[in-house]
Design a protein around this ligand. Structure first.
Ligand code: SDX
Length: 431
């Protein structure tokens, strides 16, 4: 924690309290309210944590006004353009870009952990074939606690390291198996001679009846989607992982909690919800009707893939993904796909509409990722699983940072209680 130079004075009921102020390396100052309840007997109130720093971290920084996203100080557009997902994983996990030897050793470690315990197949086979892949993945990730007993002890740095590499290495295998299972197709084992993104595409799209050649442009686009979704400060699912970890739960159980939270349509489920919305709109001439609904305060409908809690100008990931979308659509010759035509026209009309401008609503990462994944042949039900695969390194990095923090303690928020005060039980015959 940075040393305290400034403080804020809180005065009420004739009393005053000094709250230390800490200055970060980037972003707003923070008021330390940890002793507030003990000293002043009051709680702060911040549902949704819009004004609350839940921890200190050195991993990712977002400037919502500038539209800036840094991973260990490196801007996301530079990482997306010059790096690749496993190198970004190394950066997020260990804090610096690796040397060539360090990267080779790390990639080799990940490669050797991509296979899943063979018994886990029986877990997959217990699901209905029409289960949502996220339901299967939530179960499979949590079930890893039942198979990898030599990496559950969070007090052992070596076991934390093994659990981290296993999680990153096995997510593509779990996600592709969930996909194959819903298709009724046989599982495809990982291959050690393929890079991370190519391995995932092959495990999803290969069938035993023929050879599968990975298209390098598609694997590059896949790798870029992984990189752009890798980590994002204390978003809802990362905060869920941190809160679950604060009780001392094992890493696989905590990551399963993050997967479950990401599933929601306001968070990682937005890319699926966005494509379903585009399909509901159906044709360009119906766009004004949906924009009107999004603006109608009495209508709960929102434009999925638009808006963000932190970014209030542009989502830098969306800017990069938009370039990838154009490349993939052109490569696949689907730039005339009606759904993608609706997406392009919706974007144009929405961002020029005063309502969206004044509320600072613009396409976010989920708007373009859904378009690319649709063009690559993934069903909408696979969009959030791919987001979960990408975000696993962020969850694990934040988990490692938190477990190693000596200040780490169980998270236990309080509340503003508005319920009944004490009253006596009334026997049923007297009610
Ligand atoms: C992700 O946190 C992260 O970092 C998340 C994420 C990550 O990488 O982890 O970036 C990934 O979750 C991206 C966001 C994906 N979600 C969606 O695309 C779903 C649609 N977006 C909205 O649900 C909404 O924009 C949120 C949830 C993303 C953000 O909501 P906020 O910032 O809490 O803002 P709000 O809900 O208070 O809305 C502010 C105003 C409201 O109008 P008023 O009540 O002030 O009149 O903007 C309106 C809202 O009605 N509004 C929208 C809108 N989003 C907000 N109106 C129409 N369409 C929308 N999409």
């Amino acid at each position: 924690m940075t040393d305290t130079k400034k403080s804020a004075t809180l005065s009420f009921d004739g009393k005053s309290f000094e709250l230390p102020i800490y200055s970060p390396t980037a972003g707003p100052d923070v008021l330390d309210i940890r002793k507030l309840y003990a000293q002043a007997g009051v709680f702060t109130y911040d549902p949704g944590f819009t004004s609350t720093a839940s921890c200190d971290s050195t991993i990712t920084y977002i400037d919502g006004i500038k539209g800036e996203l840094l991973h260990r100080g490196y801007p996301i557009d530079q990482l997306a353009g010059k790096s690749h997902y496993l190198e970004v994983c190394y950066l997020l996990l260990y804090g610096n870009l690796p040397s060539a030897a360090e990267l080779e050793e790390f990639e080799d470690r990940v490669t050797r952990h991509t296979m899943l315990h063979e018994q886990m197949m029986y877990l997959f086979r217990g699901f209905r074939r029409d289960a949502h892949p996220m339901a299967i993945i939530t179960g499979a990730v949590g079930a890893m606690s039942a198979f990898y007993h030599d990496s559950l002890d969070i007090t052992d740095p070596w076991q934390r390291e093994v659990a981290s590499v296993r999680m990153i290495a096995k997510m593509p295998t779990i996600v592709s198996m969930a996909y194959k299972y819903t298709l009724g197709q046989p599982f495809v084992y990982p291959r050690n001679d393929l890079d991370y993104a190519s391995n995932f595409l092959r495990m999803c799209f290969a069938v035993p009846a023929e050879e599968y050649e990975v298209n390098p442009i598609l694997s590059r686009a896949m790798d870029r989607i992984f990189t752009l979704h890798a980590d994002h400060e204390q978003n809802a699912s990362t905060s869920t992982v941190r809160l679950a970890s604060s009780s001392g739960a094992n890493p696989f159980a905590c990551i399963a909690a993050g997967v479950a939270c990401l599933w929601g349509p306001s968070h990682g489920g937005a890319n699926q919800a966005c494509l379903e919305m585009l399909k509901e709109i159906g044709t360009v001439d119906r766009i004004p009707e949906f924009i009107a609904r999004a603006k109608d305060k009495d209508d709960p409908f929102r434009l999925m893939g638009f808006g963000h809690r932190v970014y209030k100008n542009t989502d830098p990931r969306a800017t990069v993904l938009k370039q990838s979308a154009d490349e993939v659509l052109e490569l696949l010759g689907v730039e005339n796909n009606p759904i993608l035509q609706v997406a392009k026209e919706l974007e144009k009309q929405a961002i020029s509409d005063p309502y969206f401008a004044e509320k600072k609503l613009f396409p976010n990462v989920d708007f373009y990722s859904g378009i690319i994944l649709e063009a690559m042949g993934f069903p909408t039900s696979m969009f959030t699983p791919i987001f979960a695969l990408s975000r696993t390194v962020g969850w694990i990095s934040q988990w490692k940072e938190m477990i190693a923090d000596p200040q780490n303690k169980i998270g236990r928020p309080r509340q503003l209680y508005l319920g009944e005060t004490t009253r006596d039980y009334v026997d049923i015959e007297d009610r």
